[in-house]
Write a protein that binds this ligand. Structure first.
Ligand code: ATP
Ligand code: MG
Length: 295
């Protein structure tokens, strides 16, 4: 089953009389990767926590296929995976293996099937060599990948990801893009908060720009690098925007070169993320990250 998530006029305060969310409305459909952008402290994590059903809004609703999340929380929660901004809040098992297996074991799944699924997800996120390690001894980026694996293991239909690429290197970022691309193709509903504009540009179908507790604008994913949109949102242009400006390359051309969704349309199924660095002559340097080890 596929799930559309709708946030309707949600208000929320940690401290009475000082609302963090002041009437937030947004939606994400199956097969869509939706980003939430906005300055530090504007309420992105608060919103994702409410969408995951961990906190109730003071006013407004979170609807899943039109049904109020909080009226049917027990049944709906197992279809939702929340990746916390701080992976420390997510990890509590003795080993990485147990961490990734945890949710599966709670369903009573036979152990050999649990093992098969754990290994599959560990392979996908490149954490196989971490399986025997203690989660709290890992680096922050490793913890983030393990936390993500602990969610992907039970294959939720709704993925709520808080800063999924924070503390990750470029290769791991490509892994996350590949994971999200697969999620989109499988018809999952993805909502993610991110400060990483290039990542959002590459993978998001649409982006909501938050500020002062409300949604200021909604734009197409490929538009998040456009200066006028960044300016209106109070965001600093990423390098890709400066490169485009400097070499007078149109944003449409940049998008067709580097957006995964664009690549997907051209090349069928598998991820082929190409980064071409345009130079003033007609030479281009192509680097295909999908080939392991090449650069
Ligand atoms: N448990 C809490 N109690 C009181 N205030 C909180 C709590 N959690 C968050 N806040 C406040 O709510 C506001 C929104 O925080 P939130 O973490 O949702 O922002 P954010 O947009 O995710 O920020 P960042 O970009 O830094 O991740 C901030 O002013 C924060 O200080
Ligand atoms: Mg946050």
């Amino acid at each position: 089953m596929r799930y559309k998530v709708t946030v309707e006029d949600v208000w929320f305060s940690y401290v009475r009389g000082n609302p963090v969310l002041k009437g937030v409305t947004l939606s994400a459909s199956p097969g869509e990767v939706v980003a939430i952008l906005g300055p530090t402290g504007c309420g992105k994590s608060t919103l994702l926590t409410i969408m995951a059903g961990l906190m109730q809004p003071d006013e407004g609703h979170v609807l899943v296929n039109g049904e109020d999340l909080f009226r049917n929380i027990k049944a709906l929660r197992r279809h939702i995976g929340l990746l916390f901004q701080d992976p420390e809040h997510q990890l509590f098992n003795a080993t990485v293996y147990d961490e990734v297996a945890y949710a599966l074991r709670t369903t009573g799944m036979p152990e050999d099937e649990v093992r098969r699924r754990v290994l599959e997800v560990a392979e996908e996120l490149g954490i196989k060599e971490l399986l025997d390690r203690r989660p709290f001894k890992l680096s922050v980026g490793e913890k983030k990948k393990v936390a993500l694996a602990s969610i992907l293991s039970y294959d939720p239909e709704i993925l709520l990801l808080d800063e999924p690429t924070a503390n990750l290197c470029a290769r791991d970022e490509a892994l996350i893009i590949s994971t999200l691309t697969k999620a989109r193709q499988a018809g999952k509903t993805v909502v993610m908060a991110s400060h990483d504009l290039e990542f959002v540009f590459r993978v998001a179908d649409k982006a909501y720009i938050m500020g002062n507790g409300t949604i200021k604008a909604v734009v197409k994913g490929e538009d998040v690098i456009k200066p006028e949109i960044l300016e209106a949102a109070g965001l600093t242009p990423p390098l890709i925007t400066m490169v485009a400006e400097h070499f007078r390359i149109s944003y449409e051309e940049i998008a067709s070169l580097t957006r995964v969704t664009g690549e997907r349309k051209h090349q069928g199924q598998s991820l082929r993320l190409r980064t071409k660095v345009p130079v003033p002559s007609s030479d281009t340097v192509a680097c295909n990250h999908s080939d392991k080890g090449s650069g």
